[in-house]
Ligand binder design. Structure first.
Ligand SMILES: [Zn+2]
Length: 281
């Protein structure tokens, strides 16, 4: 059974919920927390002897190349989270391709390794932006990790499904791109961040041990019911990188390791899925 830890390397002010309040030209004037919190998490991963996948913003790679180099030097997978955390559905195909290339180049230059994994800002691949998958494949990406159509099993992304009222669903054709599915319930942000917005309140601030208990049970279910699968957790350094949450994270790593988890990078898991289920067109 595989367990994949993924970290989206961005600042708190990149979160989409602040997009209406903070313009990108204001970002450089805000306090940065990304280096210190990420370094703490890297130390925990070293101590636990766990490899993880880091989806990094191009904006971060340009400003903190030493951090990206350090993540790569500690043998983690370096992947791409776009350039400036712009939602895909707010970009044209050309704008997205440019944003992606700028990010990929900045991250690869800083890390000195090739990038083949992508995660959309705020998981913003939607029905209207399925063209983004073609752009990813053309740019040399092997997998995406932004969608939620399965819980433990990677899959080939389909295009051209036709869903109409009162008719059977007509499935489209699978593409080569592999999807490594994620879930909001396995993401630290909604559990822990407290946000008061105009029309809603996100209470967050959950007891970290309770959240980890849920996540340990998601692994236990995988182990009991599947022959093969990948459970993917999503973390953000400004969310999980706080004292009590990091202590709970250490407990999580110990518990799933004791339960037989094999920690893998998304790339390793995607390549294994590719071998188990070769693309048949
Ligand atoms: Zn993000």
């Amino acid at each position: 059974m595989k367990n994949a830890l993924t970290f989206d390397i961005e600042e708190y002010f990149h979160a989409e919920v602040f997009a209406h309040a903070l313009r990108p030209d204001e970002w450089p004037g805000l306090a940065s927390r990304v280096v210190d919190t990420t370094e703490r998490l890297l130390d925990i991963l070293d101590y636990a002897d766990v490899r993880a996948t880091f989806f990094i913003l191009g904006w971060i790679a340009e400003r903190y190349p030493a951090l990206v180099k350090d993540i790569a030097a500690r043998n983690h997978e370096i992947a791409c989270h776009g350039y400036g955390h712009q939602m895909i559905h707010r970009q044209s195909r050309q704008e997205f391709a440019k944003d992606l290339q700028r990010a990929k180049t900045a991250i690869e230059d800083a890390a000195g390794t090739a990038v083949i994994g992508y995660r959309a800002p705020t998981f913003s691949v939607v029905r209207e932006t399925m063209w983004s998958l073609e752009v990813l494949w053309e740019a040399g990406f092997l997998y995406d990790s932004s969608m939620m159509a399965d819980d433990y099993t990677p899959y080939r992304i389909r295009r051209g499904d036709v869903v109409e009222m009162d008719k059977p669903v007509a499935f489209g054709k699978p593409t080569r791109l592999i999807e490594m599915p994620i879930a909001w319930s396995l993401d630290d942000f909604p559990h822990f961040e407290f946000l008061r917005m105009k029309t809603q309140l996100m209470p967050g601030l959950m007891n970290a041990n309770s959240v980890m208990e849920n996540w340990i049970n998601d692994f236990a279910y995988l182990k009991e019911n599947f022959d093969w699968g990948v459970l993917t957790y999503t973390f953000h350094p400004y969310v999980i990188g706080r004292g009590h949450r990091m202590m709970a994270l250490e407990k999580l790593l110990r518990a799933v390791a004791d339960g037989g988890a094999q920690f893998v990078t998304m790339e390793d898991a995607a390549r294994e899925y590719d071998k188990r289920s070769p693309f048949s067109g």
